[in-house]
Every structure is written in structure tokens, then in C-alpha cells.
Design a protein around this ligand. Structure first.
Ligand code: DLL
Length: 426
């Protein structure tokens, strides 16, 4: 473990959370936007007597962050802010996030803990292939790895030939990147004739986009590594909100002294019990420049407070395989893209590369699926028939078209996050 607080008792954690929430609410009350929402909800800093009172606070949404562009949620004078990040939305204004020097120290600490939980130590070399810049992935991993004392290679995203050179020549033991880029890199390594068993690489830390278990298995097999899931979002801090521990690899520990989690019913806003699946809501407990209270992440998960084999007491969240707004409704059937991925990748002949195209024909929505088969599949038509049947029987999805295509046909994502659903209906 990186810090004693990782094994604090639940009672100790609650005390820290209560103290810090009181401070955050005080800090937020100085921001006109929060002052107004507090008034509307009939709450004030005095409302918070314990962490349980958090449920009385109003939610914050993505729209609230956009509406307050660029700096209306900042809670400290400009001279105390040392860095800004921005999360690119596909529509509208970006969400701007500010950090004081102390906020950056908290983030570094959260990332250093995360790396240790993933099995990384000061003697490791971390090849950081997350994008540097406004995206929080690059700098988040970079600062955390340095804090830990590991050797960090700030190569950033893309640059695949050089990535492979460095994996071979610089002794990288850890690779951090998105799962989609990890798969692409694995293919490029194979194409170059390099045997992954000959590389010192032992761990990949993948996140920033959803992936299912069969997708993870493909990565672990292709690169002969352990793949650890890391989660985070710009609005709260960046990567390092939560991570799987290498010991159990069974849910992602949320650093609860920094980030307070709740899971709610996305339709009613009701707080759900442990184990129930819903939308993750996060509150920053140690962020001065821009406190964010009860932020609706849109990510679907559940919480697990059971003791973990690794000895960490911090709650675990389930892997995020979907977002509330990912839900597709095709001919009246509700389905998440991750369910399609999961069902498809259960066929050993199917490669983890696919795209979904949605169209409207008259009053009906149609779904077209394109997926690659692995090399050496003799009966492609038979495979297509089995995929079609499975999606229908398991998910109730009737595809308008299914293309099972040759390896390497679907365009790969080499920079940033993968897009797999293409919606042509608008
Ligand atoms: O993606 C931060 C990050 C960087 C996390 C590097 C992990 C590694 P944003 O660009 O603001 O921040 O996107 C945040 O990405 O709300 C989720 O929908 C999704 N996401 C992030 N990590 C995971 C994950 C970074 N492990 C949004 N599994 C979040 C599934 C994830 N989805």
C-alpha cells in the first residue's frame, strides 16, 4: 500500500469524510452558483453534521458545468490556480476544471496509490501512452508515476512504431493506455514479428473508455500481461478516482478520503443500496479550486463494501461497462453496446473489433453490426448465423444487417477514445 489511510477502519474513514465534506460545502457556498442551488434546496453549510447528510445536497450535472463555462465554478482567487484542464465534449462548450497546487498534490497521491494498487513500484518503468495535454490521462499518470518514484516515459498516445521500439529497448514493465489502443498496439507488435513473451512488459493499466471482460482477456492473452482497470473523469480529478488492486482484481477501489461515491436511480435520483446497479455520483472531498458536489457521472456501476483480499478498506465499484446515455433502443428493445460486445466476444472466432451503425427506416430504428473474425475461420457464413441467433436469443436484438469481415478491415483508433457506435438517425 502507498498510505496507511488505504486500510483505515470504516469509522475512521467516515470521520475524515464528514470533516472534509463540511469544508467542501463551506468552500462551495462562496460560489454564486452553489449558493443559489443551496438556497433552492433549503440547505446551508450547517446542514452537514455527518457524511450521511450529503443526500440533502443538490446534484451537479454536466450541463451545470457547461453552463458555468469557463470559470464560474472556481472557488479560489485566480492566483491560487496553477493548472486548468478541459474535457472535450462532442457537443457544446468543454468542461473546464481548475486545480490549486494542493489539489494537484491530492491527484498525484491518488494516482500514486492507484499505481501501487495495480502492482507498480519504484523499480518499474511506466510507458505512458495516454494523451498529454488538456486530456487528464497523460499528466495524471505522469505525476502519479513520478510521485511513486517509478521511471516514466512520457511518450503519449499514438506513435506506434516508437512505442514498440521503446517496449523492446527501454525495458518498460508497465504500459498505460486506453484498451482500444492497447489492442491496436498488440496487433502492431505481432505484425512486426515481436514475441510479447520476450518483452519485459507485465502490466497494462487500461481505462478512459469502457471494455468488457472478454475484451480484457483478449488483451491479456495478446500481450501476455495482467490488465488492470483504472477509472476517473476530468470533472472530479482525472484518472485515479478508482482502480482494481492486482491482488483481487475484483472491483475498483475508490479513494474514499478524496472522492465520496453514491449510486442512484438515474430516473428518480433515489440513492440505491449497496450492490444495486445505477448511476455513479461522486463528490470531491479535497478539491479547493473547484469543489464538485454530488456530480452525476452518467456511468453505470454498483458499490461493494465487503472486505477485500488486498487489505484495503476503501469501497469497490464494479467495472463501468456502460453509461446511462449509451442505451440504444432498437425496435423497442433496450440494449447497451457492452451487452453486444460481451455476447459476441464469447465466440472464440470473433476478434474484438466491431462497429454498430444505427439508422432510421420509416418509423423503425435499425441496427447494423460489423465485426471482424480472427484469422483462419473456415465457415464465416456459419459464424455469422450463430452470432445473429445469439444476439436474438440472448438480447432480443434483431440486426438489420450483419457483416462478419476479414481481420484488419475495421478502422483502428490510434489516438484518444474509440468510437464504436455511429448514429446516423439525426
Ligand atoms: O477519461 C480520465 C481517465 C484517463 C481515466 C485515463 C482513466 C485513464 P474524461 O475524458 O473526462 O476522463 O472521461 C471520463 O470516461 O465518465 C467514463 O464514462 C469513461 N471512463 C473513464 N475510465 C473508464 C473505465 C478520463 N475504466 C469518462 N471504464 C467517464 C469505463 C471509463 N469507462
Amino acid at each position: 500500500m502507498h498510505g496507511d489511510v488505504e486500510a483505515a477502519t470504516r469509522e475512521e474513514l467516515r470521520t475524515v469524510q464528514t470533516d472534509r465534506l463540511k469544508r467542501m460545502v463551506q468552500q462551495a457556498a462562496a460560489v454564486p452558483y452553489y449558493a443559489q442551488t443551496f438556497e433552492e434546496a433549503g440547505v446551508s453549510p450547517d446542514t452537514i453534521e455527518s457524511i450521511d447528510d450529503i443526500e440533502k445536497l443538490p446534484f451537479t450535472t454536466k450541463e451545470d458545468l457547461r453552463d458555468n463555462y469557463p470559470d464560474k465554478l472556481f472557488a479560489v482567487p485566480r492566483e491560487d490556480i496553477v493548472r486548468l484542464h478541459a474535457s472535450s465534449g462532442t457537443t457544446g462548450k468543454p468542461k473546464i476544471v481548475a486545480y490549486t497546487r494542493e489539489d494537484l498534490a491530492v491527484w498525484r497521491e491518488a494516482m500514486a496509490r492507484s499505481l501501487v494498487a495495480a502492482g507498480v513500484s519504484a523499480s518499474d518503468t511506466v510507458q505512458n501512452a495516454y494523451g498529454y495535454g488538456l486530456f487528464t490521462g497523460g499528466l495524471g499518470f505522469h505525476d502519479g508515476a513520478e510521485e511513486l518514484g517509478a521511471t516514466v516515459i512520457p511518450i503519449g498516445g499514438g506513435n506506434t512504431d516508437r512505442q514498440i521500439d521503446f517496449l523492446e529497448d527501454l525495458g518498460s514493465t508497465v504500459l498505460s493506455c486506453t484498451p482500444s489502443y492497447c489492442l491496436y498496439l498488440a496487433e502492431a507488435i505481432e505484425a512486426r514479428g515481436v514475441d510479447p513473451h520476450d518483452l519485459p512488459l507485465s502490466t497494462v493499466i487500461i481505462g478512459a473508455e469502457p471494455f468488457t471482460d472478454p475484451m480484457r482477456e483478449e488483451i491479456e492473452e495478446a500481450l501476455d500481461v495482467t490488465a488492470i482497470d483504472v477509472y476517473g473523469l476530468s470533472e472530479i480529478v482525472g484518472p485515479g478516482v478508482s482502480i482494481e488492486c492486482a491482488e483481487a482484481q475484483d472491483g475498483l477501489h475508490i479513494w474514499e478520503d478524496f472522492f465520496y461515491p453514491e449510486v442512484i436511480d438515474p430516473d428518480t435520483g433515489e440513492v440505491l443500496s449497496e450492490g444495486e446497479e445505477g448511476e455513479l455520483v461522486l463528490t470531491t472531498l479535497a478539491k479547493d479550486a473547484m469543489p464538485v458536489l454530488r456530480y452525476r457521472t452518467g456511468d453505470i456501476t454498483s458499490l461493494n463494501y465487503d472486505e477485500c483480499d488486498c487489505g484495503r478498506t476503501h469501497v469497490r465499484m464494479d467495472n463501468v461497462t456502460g453509461r446511462v446515455d449509451d442505451l440504444l433502443i432498437v425496435r423497442g428493445v433496450n440494449v447497451y453496446p457492452s451487452q453486444i460486445e460481451q455476447a459476441m466476444l464469447e465466440f472464440a472466432e470473433v476478434a474484438p473489433h466491431y462497429r454498430i451503425d444505427l439508422r432510421r427506416e420509416g418509423a423503425l430504428d435499425t441496427m447494423e453490426l460489423t465485426v471482424e473474425h480472427h484469422a483462419d475461420v473456415a465457415d464465416v457464413a456459419g459464424l455469422a448465423e450463430r452470432i445473429r441467433k445469439k444476439l436474438n436469443s440472448k438480447l432480443g436484438v434483431k440486426l438489420s444487417e450483419l457483416h462478419v469481415v476479414e481481420p484488419n478491415t475495421i478502422e483502428r483508433t490510434t489516438v484518444g477514445k474509440v468510437q464504436r457506435v455511429f448514429d446516423h438517425r439525426a
